[in-house]
Design a protein around this ligand. Sequence first.
Ligand code: AMX
Length: 478
Amino acid sequence: MYSRVGVQSLSCAFSYVWKQQRQVLNNVSARSLQSSSNASLKEILEQKIGEMREEVAQVRHAVGNQVLGTCTVDQAYGGMRSVKAMTYETSLLDPNEGIRFRGYSIPECQKLLPGIKQGGEPLPESLLFLLLTGEIPSVQQVTALREELSSRAQLPDRVKKTLNSVSPSLHPMAQFSIGILAMQSDSVFAREYARGAPKNKWWEYCLEDSLTLIARLPQVAAIVYRNTYYQGKQLEADLKLDMSARLTKMMGFQNPEFDELMRLYLTIHADHEGGNVSAHSVRLVGSALSDPFLSFSAGMNGLAGPLHGLANQNVLTWLLQVKEKLGGQAPTKENLTKICWDTLNSGNVIPGFGHAVLRRTDPRYMCQREFALKHLPNDEIFQLVSLLYEVVPKVLSEQGKVSNPWPNVDAHSGTLLRYYGVKEMTFYTVLFGVSRALGTLSSLVWDRALGLPIERPKSVTTRWIKENLVHKAASEAK
Ligand code: AMX
């Protein structure tokens, strides 16, 4: 493994908010860095959790009664879009700049997080360390985490049996979720909670379950893949490999370049702050103290929706339809514009474009585009994707409905997977799910560490709104 550059070479183009956030991180890190560069994940977490509990108490003491966000009637009917009503520590999404994991942008993560080779993509295990602790790990620390995960990676036979008994006609995301639920009886959190574990220990049991889940997910995914598309011919897990290479090998691929793509893929899909459907489902279900297996399965059921993670499957389906409609003609801006309008006029969305928070091209799209420019510049589908990048935002802007006409992460991922041989589109969201575990479960550990209570926002009926707001407004207008 190779750690690429020092912390001092961080890009200096940070927004004010991020400078402040980084400062907080640096202050915390400065206190602990000397002792922690070789410290174990758990030791660092123990220290950070103590510090963070204190920090949260101070913040709540100082500004606990200030308004964080408001909610209009339109927002209540409109999916609570942009209502600031929760905290989430592992990542933050800026509408223009995109995601930052613990303060680090994707290009910064690509530079700073240890990978398997010089100049290569970061290891998702490195990102996991960052998400959990807020610290860029040393090579030694990532090696230790890899070993920890490997030691937990073997799937119990009873889980394999459950997965093998499921009909391969079930959507791979449903199979994946069943596989996750089938591991629930291994939950240390559920066992210790039932034994009366004290609240300040819950995060440790949550961490236990989260590491086990993350370690085993590649094999769950690979079994779903082989059962669905390869008549159940499964391949053994090579526990010496990092999780990305282990996953591709168990799926049946032997291509180091594809392993690198998988490292990038599993890194960039990991987390996207707290309000998206998968992250929020994990948080919400976990807040009832359902264990991490139950909580993560709930998140995966949300990820399986076409407006969320399933969009990666739908994008490739749509791209292949576009190709078919071209009927052998070379794609041009003109014929693609017409096809895009046909899609919209038939009442469908253009998958892979738009976002509830982002207002620019998703940096996760950009880093996949850069990967494609480096490794598959002449691929026909990549060239189609490139041309659509010039066409779709114009069409969507002209239509005038969308808040954001730019591509999101899903507009690109399927093209890369297909190039390396994963042609089964219905499987794509499972890979998204393997990655999403890194962020949502790291966050779940912090939820328990910070003692977050059960979530229970207040709802009202339309009648309540009429009685309390409409009638009031009408009588004031008289
Ligand atoms: N194509 C056509 N219409 C779109 C569109 C698209 N790509 N994106 C948004 N719109 C439409 C919406 O359907 C909505 O129409 P309506 O008023 O008739 O219901 C209108 O534009 C306004 O929507 P918005 O405020 O721009 O978006 P949103 O926050 O409600 O939804 C999202 C965001 C992602 C669900 C939406 O952009 C979409 O459906 N995109 C296509 C599916 C997709 O790529 N999803 C993946 C998102 C990333 C992820 O979670 N993995």
